[in-house]
Ligand binder design. Structure first.
Ligand SMILES: NC(=O)c1ccc[n+]([C@@H]2O[C@H](COP(=O)([O-])OP(=O)(O)OC[C@H]3O[C@@H](n4cnc5c(N)ncnc54)[C@H](OP(=O)(O)O)[C@@H]3O)[C@@H](O)[C@H]2O)c1
Length: 297
């Protein structure tokens, strides 16, 4: 991809209180593991190619977890990109483990969180992790209130030891963000949000006011890709794809939103990165906003 495209990946964002600046269009690596985020990919060379293409195109924000695979996704990242280019920010998350049956189980004791940091360091071949999100329980659909102080304190201790540079959160409520901030600085929040799932509208504004990044997971709908006649109509009118419009809408939604769309396909990756160049008029944004309103009604 040309330098011209590189500069259009949504522009820069600096995580608050850090020297880490990333382009707003990044990449989520979860789709690189095998089906069900389990085991090796069907096409290992393809997975490596996606990561190399992303970085060559200017992506410098990659989201991962050592429980994807498990371990496999991080090992593919290391194989494809190590030694890592200067400025690449790899964000990982802790809070789950995958037993042999492939299920997702909580791993939230201080010892499990510490082990998780060491798993990430080993599989990514790093001495310290740039940003680690504590992924709170609840469900894939949304967070559940409750104290996360024990887990955030464990991460803050690992930060003091130099194994973690910055702390983020995932699948959390506003009250949990406030609680975590009383323990250590929080640089990003990663929750389920997209054009059709607008539960975090208020939280996004709140975090924007504090300069904290909001990183929607399932930006394209995740395992149930976004489908809407309004989205398709807008895309046709703009000569873009529905997925590009969905991503562009997120970029327009708030300046603290960073994108980590997931794909195992180089063609989809190129399509997603090009969304950073798509400009939406206020009228089109209002039209797209209606999709979330329709679903809430
Ligand atoms: N914190 C959490 O709890 C949590 C949970 C889930 C995910 N995440 C993170 O968020 C990232 C993004 O979420 P996600 O990957 O689950 O969901 P997503 O980005 O909403 O959607 C990924 C799905 O869309 C497809 N896709 C991607 N680009 C496309 C395109 N241009 N056209 C058509 N289909 C396209 C992918 O299939 P193809 O492979 O065929 O392109 C895949 O099935 C993950 O990679 C992961 O890093 C975090």
């Amino acid at each position: 991809m040309s330098k011209a495209n590189e500069s259009t990946l949504g522009g820069p964002f600096t995580f608050p209180g850090t020297s880490l600046t990333v382009r707003r269009v990044g990449y989520g690596a979860m789709q690189l593991a095998g089906p069900g985020v389990w085991g090796p990919p069907k096409n290992p060379e393809g997975a490596v190619a996606v990561l190399r293409e992303a970085v060559a195109a200017g992506v410098n924000h990659i989201d991962t977890a050592d429980f994807y695979g498990p371990h496999i996704t991080n090992q593919i990242i290391r194989q494809a990109l190590h030694p890592y280019p200067a400025g690449l920010v790899i964000v990982t998350k802790l809070g789950a483990r995958r037993p042999a049956d492939g299920s997702w189980q909580p791993a939230i004791s201080p010892q499990e969180l510490t082990d998780g940091v060491h798993d990430n360091l080993r599989n990514l071949s790093l001495d310290a992790l740039d940003i680690v999100n504590y992924r709170a329980m609840g469900s894939i659909h949304g967070p559940k209130e409750g104290s996360i102080a024990e887990q955030v304190t464990a991460l803050a201790d690992l930060q003091k030891k130099g194994l973690i540079r910055h702390v983020g959160l995932s699948n959390v409520t506003s009250a949990q963000v406030a609680e975590a901030k009383s323990i250590t600085d929080i640089v990003c929040v990663q929750n389920n949000y997209n054009l059709a799932n607008r539960q975090d509208d208020a939280l996004i504004e709140e975090l924007a006011g504090q300069g904290i990044a909001y990183v929607p997971f399932f930006p394209l709908g995740g395992f149930t890709p976004l489908q809407s006649s309004t989205l398709s109509d807008v895309a046709t009118r703009l000569g873009a794809t529905p997925m590009q419009v969905a991503l562009a809408w997120l970029l327009h939604r708030s300046p603290n939103i960073l994108l980590i769309p997931g794909t195992s396909s180089v063609a989809h990756l190129r399509e997603n990165l090009a969304a950073g160049q798509l400009s939406l008029t206020p009228q089109t944004l209002t039209e797209l906003d209606g999709i979330g309103v329709d679903i809430r009604a």
